[in-house]
Design a protein around this ligand. Structure first.
Ligand SMILES: *[C@@H]1O[C@H](CO)[C@@H](O)[C@H](O)[C@H]1NC(C)=O
Ligand SMILES: *[C@@H]1O[C@H](CO)[C@@H](O)[C@H](O)[C@H]1NC(C)=O
Ligand SMILES: *[C@@H]1O[C@H](CO)[C@@H](O)[C@H](O)[C@H]1NC(C)=O
Ligand SMILES: *[C@@H]1O[C@H](CO)[C@@H](O)[C@H](O)[C@H]1NC(C)=O
Ligand SMILES: *[C@@H]1O[C@H](CO)[C@@H](O)[C@H](O)[C@H]1NC(C)=O
Ligand SMILES: *[C@@H]1O[C@H](CO)[C@@H](O)[C@H](O)[C@H]1NC(C)=O
Length: 738
């Protein structure tokens, strides 16, 4: 695995405040008339039709240019229009819907947390390292020539590949980086990364191995992508400061589908919206309908409930967790107490002798407790270790600035404690002086020691990179939580994967003050390409599987206990559940041999959307053809053949059917085991499934009943349903009951 950056992103929408006459970029979706002479398959084919929706050209400005053409995932275009012009278009035959452009957010370079490392998994051999699969990364571009994109040992791209290579003069694609296109500024063919984010994400998905990668000598090892022999195609759709217009992202998805990628990876977010109001969900539906797997970041809006975004059932929605590595800097107090903290800066010459320890908040300046620049100048901190408080919610730059203030005033070292009670989240930052970032609990302990001791002393013991730290993986605090705002009938996020302090490729130019070709970062931006890589590995092992089957394989083979056999906790050590982490933590080794899969045809989502109460027009917008809900059996969300089950249960019982496809061993039988949600009866019929051949489908039903007279201690109950085969497969669906 490689990993990450802290994305403080949130879904910002830029709705220009404007009169009707102002030109804005609109995405316009159209439906091709039945029997139309054009096919929309090639570059100019259909342009005449597109132009027929635009206002007539005037002598002064000529014909209105199309900013983007959408032909493969969706049908339509983007153009600069006024609200009046859009209104005039609505009555034309073939018009479906139009939206003013909005901006999706990535983490910006300023919020990146630097550091680095990783480890590999034995699954690579059996999947041939993702060989032959193409991952399309829609992001800020990439860095050609970076060692992570070396094509040593790479096979040539598969024959189906139709992509293009649009890089700055002097850069070329190769057998690793097989495609690069720019949709952020159409017409300027430069998919080179001027932000850094796209280099991180594309290398996490499929970077080539780079031996001896490290950051400040820490987290050293071989940096390598999740599917090291997969090909990468990058689709630049974002500005240098990490803003991604939806119109460009949609064009990127459309092009990726056209070019022939197998997996699309999107590490960006906007607010959750009904699928028919969400061009990203609509584009993703177009992609999965053509057999392309789509993974999307769950967002960094956690830990509040209902913060998950990119939550349509046809995409894999990815949350983030920690890995089992820490870069330790332990505080040793004069009373021999040791408190674990973190720092990326690991000076080898810091003395083990105890130094005077002082609390920054003991001065007269009100802001000195936080070691804000200028606040320590009237305090005597020379040669001392200074305990500073991390401002609630402050970012990496502020944490480093606190150290700078201590250093500028002659302090020997800094201990940075969290302000918020219970806040245990620490980060290894590249501090400018010897430092240790500790939890609020540890900080409180140190403060108490200072108050109760006439001459308090301390030192910091730098322990370097420590692997196998207990309690990993933990759910990242920032990882967005369910339930899905669109329907509580689908459990979201789907899965969690590594997204905290991930080392991955980074451009050496730009704002990279460390000037190393690697960076460390955190965010669901970083967990998403890990899962895109895992999807590529599953695809290599099973080239004919649908996106839904790959998703099922990933979701039914997760784990929810850490290696100590305790439930996964968050970074404040609070137990988390399925609404927080979905099916649990990805387990690539098992995902490539799931035994059974829950498959879903793209068409099945029509009945699902009808069941959500969408009207015919709304469902038609998503699937881009006429739909009549009354003509088909609409299903409840819980009835969709999803690999997890979320039900909202009153006093009447509910029964759902599920269909499993045998992808394990031809002659095999499975027995069900239920972990019942509290206060709920769960009955499965039949309890044994006997398969005689591969790809055979069997149906079972599962009935939920509320236990009479049982008061549940929590509104949400959760459990699981696992099918065990005698040949060793375990196929688990997480259950949530509201
Ligand atoms: C990197 O790690 C190896 C052990 O895995 C160690 O022997 C080596 O000294 C480390 N290199 C650096 C620069 O820390
Ligand atoms: C108090 O701290 C602020 C910075 O937060 C600084 O601007 C100001 O000069 C300090 N005042 C004194 C008297 O040191
Ligand atoms: C810190 O901020 C969080 C939310 O941003 C808030 O819930 C909490 O109460 C704050 N803590 C303190 C000590 O101000
Ligand atoms: C469907 O809902 C939309 C609002 O999303 C509304 O404008 C439209 O009139 C409705 N169409 C039908 C056929 O009910
Ligand atoms: C719905 O069903 C009716 C009667 O079976 C049929 O006439 C009509 O064409 C169908 N509509 C659609 C949109 O399929
Ligand atoms: C499965 O079992 C049936 C009947 O027992 C047998 O005819 C068939 O050959 C077996 N298939 C495989 C692949 O072993």
């Amino acid at each position: 695995m490689i990993t990450t950056l802290f994305l403080l992103s949130s879904g910002l929408s830029e709705q220009a405040v404007s009169g009707d006459g102002e030109l804005k970029t609109y995405m316009v979706l159209l439906r091709r008339p039945e029997g139309a002479a054009f096919s929309l398959q090639s570059d100019d084919d259909g342009d005449e039709w597109y132009h027929s929706f635009l206002p007539p050209s005037t002598a002064s400005d000529g014909p209105r240019p199309l900013v983007h053409r959408y032909r493969h995932a969706v049908t339509g275009f983007a153009a600069e229009l006024t609200a009046e012009e859009v209104k005039a278009m609505e009555t034309k035959e073939g018009f479906v819907r139009a939206w003013p452009d909005k901006t999706l957010s990535l983490a910006t370079t300023h919020s990146q947390e630097f550091m680095g490392l990783h480890q590999n998994a034995g699954v690579w051999k059996s999947t041939n390292y993702g060989k032959g699969v193409i991952i399309g990364v829609v992001d800020t571009g990439t860095t050609p020539g970076h060692p992570s994109f070396s094509d040593e040992n790479m096979p040539p791209p598969p024959a189906k590949w139709k992509g293009k290579c649009e890089l700055a003069y002097g850069s070329t694609c190769n057998k690793k980086l097989i495609g690069a296109r720019n949709f952020y500024a159409p017409g300027t063919p430069m998919a080179d990364d001027d932000n850094g984010h796209g280099t991180l994400t594309s290398s996490i998905a499929a970077g080539s191995p780079v031996k001896g990668a490290s950051l400040f000598g820490q987290a050293n090892g071989t940096a390598v992508g999740t599917a090291p022999l997969a090909h990468v195609a990058v689709y630049k759709a974002c500005s240098a400061d990490g803003k991604c217009p939806q119109s460009a992202v949609l064009a990127a998805i459309d092009a990726a589908v056209e070019d022939g990628v197998d997996v699309i990876s999107l590490s960006m977010e906007a607010d959750s919206a009904p699928y028919y109001e969400d061009p990203m969900a609509i584009g993703a539906y177009g992609a999965i309908r053509k057999g392309v797997f789509v993974s999307f970041a769950a967002g960094n809006g956690g830990p509040g409930a209902g913060t998950v975004v990119n939550d349509s059932p046809w995409v894999l929605t990815v949350g983030a967790s920690t890995i089992n590595r820490k870069i330790k800097a332990t505080v040793l107090l004069g009373n021999n107490a040791e408190l674990v903290g973190e720092s990326l800066t690991q000076p080898s010459d810091f003395p083990l002798t105890l130094l005077p320890l002082i609390y920054a908040g003991s001065g007269t300046n009100a802001s000195s407790a936080f070691c804000i620049p200028g606040s320590l100048k009237s305090m005597d901190v020379k040669g001392k270790i200074v305990l500073c408080t991390k401002l609630n919610g402050s970012n990496r730059a502020t944490r480093i600035a606190a150290g700078q203030e201590v250093k500028d005033n002659g302090g020997a070292a800094m201990i940075l404690m969290n302000e918020q009670v219970g806040d245990s989240v620490t980060r290894p930052d590249p501090h400018v002086l010897p430092a240790s970032h500790v939890s609020n609990d540890a900080g409180y302990f140190i403060k108490t020691y200072i108050r109760s001791t006439p001459s308090p002393t301390a030192t910091i013991v730098f322990k370097g990179t420590v692997l196998l730290v207990p309690d990993a993986p933990q759910l990242a605090m920032f990882s967005s939580r369910g339930p899905s705002p669109q329907t509580s009938g689908i459990l979201k996020p789907d899965v969690i994967g590594p997204g905290v302090n991930i080392l991955a490729a980074y451009p050496t130019s730009q704002e990279n003050t460390q000037n190393t070709p690697f960076a460390m970062a955190s965010g669901t931006s970083l967990s998403t390409p890990h899962l895109s890589g895992v999807a590529a590995l599953v695809k290599t092992a099973h080239p004919d599987w649908s996106p839904a089957a790959i998703k099922s394989a990933i979701m039914t083979t997760t784990y929810v206990l850490n290696p100590d056999n305790k439930g996964i906790v968050d970074e404040d050590f609070q137990t988390v559940g399925c609404f927080d982490m979905g099916a649990g933590h990805v387990n690539p080794e098992r995902a490539i041999h799931p035994g059974l899969v829950y498959d879903i045809e793209p068409e099945d989502y029509v009945g699902f959307m009808c069941g959500l109460g969408y009207n015919d027009t709304e469902v038609s917008v998503v699937v881009n053809r006429g739909v009549s809900c009354s003509n088909r059996s609409s299903i409840t969300a819980s009835q969709l053949n999803y690999p997890s089950i979320s039900v909202t249960l009153g006093w009447t019982s509910q029964t759902y059917t599920r269909i499993v496809t045998n992808v394990g061993v031809a002659n095999s039988s499975y027995r069900v085991n239920i972990v019942k949600p509290e206060g709920v009866y769960v009955k499965v019929k039949p309890t044994i499934l006997v398969f005689q051949e591969l790809n055979q489908k069997l149906t079972y039903s599962v009935t939920f009943n509320r236990k009479q007279g049982v008061m549940r201690s929590r509104a949400l109950a959760q459990g699981s349903m696992s099918w065990f085969s005698f040949s060793g497969f375990v196929v688990t669906s997480r259950i949530t009951v509201l």
